[in-house]
Design a protein around this ligand. Structure first.
Ligand code: CIR
Length: 258
């Protein structure tokens, strides 16, 4: 499996409180607490042996700390997406500057209109990429994305989504053929050949864990998920993401790992 040496994150901005949410009943994020949680997230990545590039907060884009969405980084190339959420679309112009520090121009690819795609809909399993077709990622975006992958000898396949925001809201690969699945992903035939670890509905949010170099980072406060991941033999690092959850954001959304 491919170990990660780098990660890119962006500091939450004050406008975070106005980010997109499907769960206004959870209240607005506390900006100071979000910063503290972001600090802890960076420390967890560093503890996994990753060199973290921290981009400055960008007040023009409330959701810009969710850097996973405007880009996807593969072992062969970086793909700048075309986010389907109008208020987030401009984030693609900002992330490309950071990506250029690591990839030459001929290894940077772009999803273009009318295609839309967000990185939260992309799950990497080795050299294969599952792509969720969602309210943010359309058929044309997926077609372009798979064509780019194939140019580099990689492959991709579409997974239709029914309820969740992004593919990785409910399914996450933690290597060694193991996959955390919640809700609509428990029974999807696409994932039948993996060892699926079913996450109870009460902890579905925490299906969004990230494998980083043989440690799994798990959101704090979800004991069933922590126990399930530990039973797979992985050391676990806990990071509290309560303020990002208020905006439908999870652990994977907060970094690009490569
Ligand atoms: C949004 O709705 O775009 C943000 N509030 C949350 C993005 C979460 N990103 C992700 O799941 N990859």
């Amino acid at each position: 499996m491919h170990k990660f040496s780098h990660a890119i994150v962006r500091r939450p901005c004050k406008a975070l409180v106005d980010g997109i949410t499907s769960a206004p009943e959870l209240g607005k994020p506390d900006y100071q607490l979000a910063l503290k949680q972001h600090d802890a997230y960076i420390e967890a990545l560093q503890a996994c042996g990753v060199d973290v590039t921290v981009l400055e907060a960008d007040e023009r884009y409330p959701d810009s700390c969710f850097v996973e969405d405007p880009a996807v980084i593969t072992r062969c190339c970086a793909i700048i997406t075309n986010p389907g959420a109008a208020s987030r679309n401009g984030e693609k112009f900002e992330i490309v500057a950071a990506v250029r520090q690591f990839f030459p121009e001929d290894k940077i690819e772009y999803i273009t209109a009318p295609g839309t795609l967000e990185g939260g809909d992309v799950m990497m399993v080795g050299d294969h990429f599952y792509i969720g077709r969602s309210a943010r990622t359309n058929a044309e975006g997926i077609r372009q994305f798979i064509a780019i992958l194939e140019k580099y000898g990689l492959s991709g396949s579409e997974v239709p989504l029914e309820k969740v925001l992004h593919l990785k809201t409910g399914v996450n690969y933690i290597e060694n053929n193991k996959m955390l699945v919640a809700g609509e992903f428990v029974a999807k035939p696409d994932f039948a050949h993996y060892e699926r670890i079913e996450i109870p509905e009460s902890e579905a949010y925490a299906a969004n864990c990230i494998w980083v170099n043989d440690t799994v980072i798990v959101p704090e406060g979800y004991p069933a998920v922590k126990a399930a991941v530990e039973s797979c033999g992985y050391p676990v690092l806990l990071v509290d993401t309560s303020e990002f959850r208020k905006l439908d954001g999870g652990l994977s959304c907060l970094s690009l790992r490569f």
